[in-house]
Each structure stands twice: as structure tokens, then as C-alpha cells.
Ligand binder design. Structure first.
Ligand SMILES: [Zn+2]
Length: 294
């Protein structure tokens, strides 16, 4: 009799009790920021990668394994950006919730249209974008799609708060649409830039500018001295509106090119938290666009 009662209670209690927060583990700061907008007080977020790290060069650490072990849902960028550490974390965590194919394994890239999708996957030349350009977090329309996916995933895991997730998504959507108007009115259209890394393709597509050359000969491959010489000559000739870089990777090379050519270096946060004012995804985008048009 008593045994039956216990079994019944176990069946009635949902996977996530109504009073417990959903434990979200986000790989990158922007994912944590968007998840926070959608989950608010219903979620507890741990972000694995620091804003001062190059997201292409992250190693798995024991603290990361510990965090993923307890996760109800793991949210990640996808398109192999986390290939250097995420498979190890998922395996070592031994957490059944976040294994591939499970509702707690959330690949944000499944919700976006990917740019530069290759015809065939080739890593042999050191290209760190083998599945297409992974840096879609600069695209407001795509971030809105990711947020919609997050709201559905969180509602499925925590149905008792589905109304809250829906309301948070509606607020987020309104904010994004208002910001899209504001950002879209800035004078970015028709401008031409050179970029260190293939980081700004979605930004260029959404805001109507072009990137005419890259300082890296291939994504993830630093330029040789001869290539830098060639760029000094090419940039001096074409006089772009600026040379785009991030506060960490590419900074040294871009500062050198700016000094040699007189074309301004433009420092853009590569993620939320990478510059002091980029506190959440919205202010990250504010800082990105204001740097472009300065
Ligand atoms: Zn990249």
C-alpha cells in the first residue's frame, strides 16, 4: 500500500518541480543573456565561456564539467564553434538530460538561416568555420528566432511556467523590433570595411554594408608578414571605412594596419561582456553599431 503511494507521488511530480529553477548552462555569454531574457526568474544560468576568451580557442575545464553535470538544459551556438570542448563536456558530464537528441540539448543554430554554408566540409586547411559562418549573434532577426526556440524548449521542460516564458518572449520580441528600427536608421548602408576575422557577415547582411577583405587569409589562420605587407598596399589603395576587429583576437594586427595606412581600426565586442558597456545582448548590439558608424 505504502509502496504504491510512493510510486504514484513519483509519477505525479513533474521532471522539474514547480518551485525549482530550470538549470540552464549556456556556452557563450550572448546565449546566457538571451536565455535570461526568456527565462527570467524561472531559470538559473551558468555561462561557461568568459567574454575575454576567443570563442574558437576554448578548452574544457573541470569546473565546466561540474556545471554541465547539473544542467537541465545545455544551450550552445552550434556549427562546430564549440567543437574543441563541448563534445568532451557532454560526454564527461554523464548527464542524460543534455545528450544529443534529448530535450535538454539545445543547439541555437537550428533556428537560424546559416550564411556561407560550404558545399563540402573541409577542415584540412585549418578553417574554423567548417559548417558555415557561426557568428549569427549579430543578426537581430536570427536572435529573435533563437529566443522563440528557447521559449518553446523551456516551456516543454517546465510546463507550469509556460505562460511566463510566452510573456517574456513577447516582451523580448517588442524590444528587438523597436531596436531593429533604431539600428536600421543608422548610416551603415553602402559602407565598406576590411575585417580581421569572418565575424561580421551577418551584421553586414542585416545592415547593408560590405566586407571587402580579411586580415586572416582563412578563418582561424593568422596572416604571415608577407600577407600583412600585401594588405597595407591593398588597404592604402581601396581606403575602406575602417578595419574591424575585436578587443582580443586580431587587435594587434589591426592596430598595426591602421597605423600603417591611416584607415581607422574599429573595435567591436565579439560577445556580451567583451567591452565594459556591453552588459546584455541589446547593449552589445548598441555598442557594435555605434562603433561602426562613429
Ligand atoms: Zn569564427
Amino acid at each position: 500500500m505504502r509502496k504504491t503511494a510512493i510510486v504514484l507521488i513519483a509519477l505525479l511530480v513533474p521532471a522539474t518541480p514547480a518551485f525549482a529553477k530550470v538549470k540552464v548552462v549556456a556556452t557563450l555569454p550572448w546565449i546566457g543573456s538571451v536565455a535570461d531574457e526568456i527565462g527570467k526568474e524561472q531559470v538559473e544560468i551558468t555561462t561557461l565561456v568568459k567574454p575575454n576568451q576567443d570563442p574558437h580557442m576554448v578548452d574544457a575545464r573541470p569546473s565546466m564539467i561540474l556545471a554541465t553535470r547539473k544542467a537541465d538544459i545545455l544551450m550552445y551556438n552550434g556549427l562546430d564553434l564549440e567543437i574543441g570542448y563541448l563534445p568532451i563536456l557532454i560526454e564527461s558530464s554523464r548527464n542524460p538530460n543534455i545528450q544529443p537528441g534529448k530535450p535538454g540539448n539545445f543547439d541555437c543554430s537550428h533556428f537560424v538561416t546559416v550564411l556561407e554554408k560550404p558545399v563540402s566540409v573541409d577542415r584540412s586547411m585549418g578553417d574554423v568555420h567548417p559548417l558555415g559562418n557561426p557568428h549569427y549573434h549579430y543578426s537581430p532577426a536570427r536572435i529573435l528566432s533563437v529566443a522563440e526556440g528557447m521559449a518553446s524548449a523551456l516551456s516543454a521542460l517546465d510546463p507550469s511556467h509556460a505562460d511566463a516564458y510566452k510573456a517574456n518572449l513577447a516582451t523580448f520580441r517588442e524590444k528587438v523590433r523597436a531596436k531593429q528600427k533604431e539600428w536600421g536608421a543608422l548610416p551603415t548602408k553602402g559602407k565598406q570595411f576590411v575585417a580581421y576575422h569572418k565575424l561580421f557577415e551577418y551584421l553586414a547582411a542585416d545592415f547593408g554594408f560590405t566586407i571587402t577583405a580579411y586580415v586572416e587569409p582563412k578563418p582561424g589562420i593568422p596572416p604571415s608578414a608577407a600577407y600583412i605587407e600585401h594588405l597595407i598596399e591593398a588597404i592604402g589603395r581601396s581606403r575602406p571605412n575602417g578595419i574591424l576587429t575585436t578587443p582580443i583576437y586580431g587587435r594587434k594586427e589591426v592596430d598595426f594596419l591602421a597605423q600603417k595606412t591611416g584607415v581607422r581600426g574599429v573595435v567591436i565586442p565579439h560577445d556580451v561582456g567583451a567591452t565594459p558597456g556591453a552588459k546584455d545582448w541589446f547593449s552589445f548590439m548598441d555598442q557594435t553599431l555605434s562603433a561602426l558608424v562613429k
